[in-house]
Design a protein around this ligand. Structure first.
Ligand SMILES: [Zn+2]
Length: 241
């Protein structure tokens, strides 16, 4: 019976690791998704700057096209002036052309202003792109590390499951079935220590008779409250008896 308790203590240690590793494994996709979100945010930040740049570029193209139209118009208007017959007509056409010339000058200024703004903004876009690329590279590296870590945890996890199988195979069928029942009922490690008359997992007081049987390695019991298998600490340096 004491040997059985050694197995149960072993099983408890393995299960504690199994549950810890399971939690770590479950956390990895959550952390990976968080890193993807960060990469997405970084990209969105860069794209927002790029969109501002593209809008500005569109404004430049629009202003340039308006300027070309105005220049076209003026060229045609000036050639028409050659055809006017009277002095009044000439003066009226000249006056109208002056207005258009003024508008043309305004358009030229607008184009120059926008071009200079666009030139300055190109630097901002380049900087934003650099910041994003650096951030995305760092985050991608973190993802890679995390994935490697996940693989290594997965290997340890599988090794532990094999080890647990080994320990279980050496156990008598009754205890094994008790353990399997406890595993299905309990969320977490299905084995609990007892101390000072209490179950260490749920802190419920154990009946003295039950407590003494566990403590004296006389029988295997489950906690009546949390259904974990109760184990007494075994001095493992002692010979199995
Ligand atoms: Zn309990």
């Amino acid at each position: 019976m004491k040997a059985l308790y050694l197995f149960l203590n072993d099983l408890k240690r393995i299960d504690e690791k199994v549950f810890r590793l399971r939690q770590e494994l479950d956390q990895i996709p959550v952390d990976l998704a968080a890193l993807d979100t960060e990469i997405g945010k970084s990209l969105a930040g860069f794209q927002a700057v790029k969109t501002q740049h593209d809008d500005l570029e569109k404004s430049v193209r629009k202003a340039e096209s308006e300027l070309r139209e105005k220049e076209d118009f003026l060229r045609k208007a000036e050639s028409k002036m050659m055809e006017v017959k009277t002095n009044e007509e000439y003066k009226a056409a000249q006056k109208e052309n002056e207005t258009h010339k003024g508008e043309k000058e305004q358009l030229e200024e607008r184009v120059l202003g926008l071009l200079s703004e666009l030139e300055g903004f190109k630097k901002t876009v380049k900087e934003a792109e650099g910041v994003h690329q650096k951030r995305a590279a760092e985050l991608t590296e973190s993802k890679g590390k995390l994935q490697e870590e996940g693989k290594s945890i997965q290997r340890s996890y599988e090794d532990l499951l094999e080890k647990r199988k080994g320990v279980l195979s050496q156990m008598d069928p009754n205890t094994k079935s008790l353990y399997e029942k406890a595993s299905q009922t309990v969320k977490g490690v299905p084995i609990s220590k007892i101390d000072k008359g209490m179950c260490c997992s749920c802190n419920v007081r154990i009946r003295p008779q039950l407590y003494n049987e566990v403590l004296g390695f006389k029988a295997v019991h489950r906690c009546p409250s949390c259904y974990r298998i109760l184990v007494a600490p075994v001095d493992e340096t002692e010979a199995l008896s």
